[in-house]
Write a protein that binds this ligand. Structure first.
Ligand SMILES: *[C@@H]1O[C@H](CO)[C@@H](O)[C@H](O)[C@H]1NC(C)=O
Ligand SMILES: *[C@@H]1O[C@H](CO)[C@@H](O)[C@H](O)[C@H]1NC(C)=O
Ligand SMILES: *[C@@H]1O[C@H](CO)[C@@H](O)[C@H](O)[C@H]1NC(C)=O
Ligand SMILES: *[C@@H]1O[C@H](CO)[C@@H](O)[C@H](O)[C@H]1NC(C)=O
Ligand SMILES: *[C@@H]1O[C@H](CO)[C@@H](O)[C@H](O)[C@H]1NC(C)=O
Length: 429
């Protein structure tokens, strides 16, 4: 193991204490954890023996892991699918990410998850990355159903100084609700800001209504190139035995992300909310591997092994997502759900867990309510099995992919095919 395991043992003991299931909670709090650019091989629960993500792995093991789960190959499309329940090909979000100087965003006519949950009287909060457009005020999180927002609107920032860069343009990017607040948060590491904001919200919950907190981590996305990964020195020092500084920083960043999730979980416990909270974990796309392969695009040292391809591609390494759900009352705890599932499924699934009636979702929504399947309710989940999935149709880059049963068709290529291969990481699995 790469890092000390004391945090794991705390969490493991705590979960053992909770093993006796409590009654099903009618309107649970919902904590949605989104991790940026996390590769299939960057966590312990898919088999990496050296990278240590004990909190993430323990919650995965004690929850229900989705082993056949797909996301979009890049960020803005993936998050639009997560929030709307509609496939990006149906919202106009299927091509590329939103560059900071581009005047577009997630179209207004699509209602998003926090709006659905508000109709059930949830308080709704976004912490961290948005990346669904901000060229007009109508597009920002607080105008789209989030009661509060503390985070950044673009795709990536520096981990400390809150500067975002797109091409030759630079700017400060941090907001408290609608107020620019970069200076207030300068010199704090992004992961720490998100952790303390999550704790603040968890502590100040209302007695009457449940909350929905989407915590959308910057980790483990690169900061502004060429800085790549930035991480507090004490984390860096834990991994001195990793010679390569970029690789060491990446592993350290993962450790601080994992500690953040452990800290937040402990606060759920401390405030008596662990039994009434549903936690969902998802990656947004595969890891970029440009740094590993000596390219000067798609930079990063994540690993999608043994899957082929990387972020941006429609090969498995670009789109096979990492996801699990944890709730103490689930009878299916400790199982794996291997049905074909998609990031669009979370909107109907979480709406259902929150007590919403599916008939109030749009009739043509693409996502499927996986609640009964994840609960292990065979009778009610039979109708939802899916055997077909369109991964994407991008008619600008001319790439598309579809999966039917055990067959998959990929047409076209992106980034001149530079990421269509298997990319090995040196010195680490
Ligand atoms: C959580 O539920 C379990 C089982 O019902 C119970 O033993 C435990 O005390 C509960 N914990 C809290 C903090 O309510
Ligand atoms: C939401 O709050 C309103 C006003 O207090 C109430 O009428 C309604 O029944 C609540 N809905 C739910 C799902 O709790
Ligand atoms: C930012 O860092 C300062 C100095 O360490 C600390 O006092 C403050 O609580 C931090 N703020 C957040 C939001 O993490
Ligand atoms: C959901 O709404 C439909 C249509 O209004 C209604 O027929 C059905 O009984 C509702 N289901 C539940 C579980 O309340
Ligand atoms: C995509 O296909 C269209 C039509 O065949 C062609 O005009 C266009 O140049 C292609 N684009 C790319 C990026 O290959």
């Amino acid at each position: 193991m790469l890092c000390s395991k004391f945090k794991t043992s705390c969490l493991v003991m705590f979960i053992i204490c909770l093993l006796e299931s409590s009654a099903e909670i009618k309107r649970p709090n919902v904590l949605l954890i989104i991790v940026d650019d996390l590769g299939w091989n960057d966590v312990g629960f898919t088999g990496n023996k050296l990278i240590s993500t004990p909190n993430i792995d323990t919650l995965a093991k004690e929850g229900v892991t989705l082993s056949n789960y797909y996301v979009s190959p890049i960020c803005s499309p993936s998050r639009s699918a997560l929030l709307t329940g509609f496939h990006p090909i149906h919202t106009g979000m299927q091509h590329d990410v939103i560059a900071s100087d581009e005047p577009w965003g997630l179209p207004q006519q699509f209602k998003i998850l926090p709006q659905y949950l508000k109709s059930l009287n949830y308080s709704t909060h976004l912490i961290g990355k948005w990346h669904q457009g901000f060229y007009s005020k109508r597009h920002i999180p607080t105008k789209r159903g989030f009661d509060t927002f503390n985070g950044y609107l673009s795709g990536a920032t520096d981990y400390y100084d809150r500067i975002t860069r797109y091409g030759s343009q630079w700017g400060l990017d941090w907001y408290e609700n609608e107020t620019p607040s970069a200076s207030k948060y300068a010199f704090n590491h992004t992961t720490d800001i998100l952790t303390s904001q999550a704790i603040k919200l968890i502590q100040s919950r209302s007695k009457n209504n449940p909350w929905f907190i989407a915590i959308s981590y910057q980790a483990v996305h690169i900061a502004n190139s060429p800085k790549l990964y930035q991480v507090p020195i004490d984390y860096l020092n834990r991994f001195k035995f990793i010679k390569d500084l970029t690789m060491r920083s990446y592993v350290a960043l993962l450790a601080s992300l994992d500690d953040s999730i452990g800290t937040i979980f402990n606060h759920l416990h401390k405030t008596g909310q662990a039994n009434s909270t549903l936690i969902v974990f998802t990656s947004d796309n595969g890891a970029p591997t440009g740094t590993l392969t000596g390219k000067n695009c798609n930079l990063g040292v994540g690993s999608n092994q043994p899957l082929r391809g990387a972020k941006y591609t429609l090969w498995e390494g670009g789109i096979k997502g990492l996801s699990w759900i944890w709730a103490n009352w689930l009878k299916s705890k400790g199982t794996v759900y291997n049905g074909l599932s998609h990031i669009t499924d979370w909107t109907p699934t979480l709406f259902s867990f929150a007590g919403g009636n599916e008939s109030s979702l749009p009739a043509n929504i693409d996502g499927i309510n996986l609640r009964y399947a994840l609960e292990g309710n065979r009778k009610r989940s039979k109708i939802i099995m899916r055997n077909e999935l369109i991964h994407n149709i991008d008619d600008i880059w001319n790439v598309s992919a579809i999966r039917i049963d055990d067959y998959k068709l990929v047409t076209g290529t992106v980034l001149d095919g530079q990421f269509d291969d298997w990319h090995l990481r040196h010195g680490l699995p």
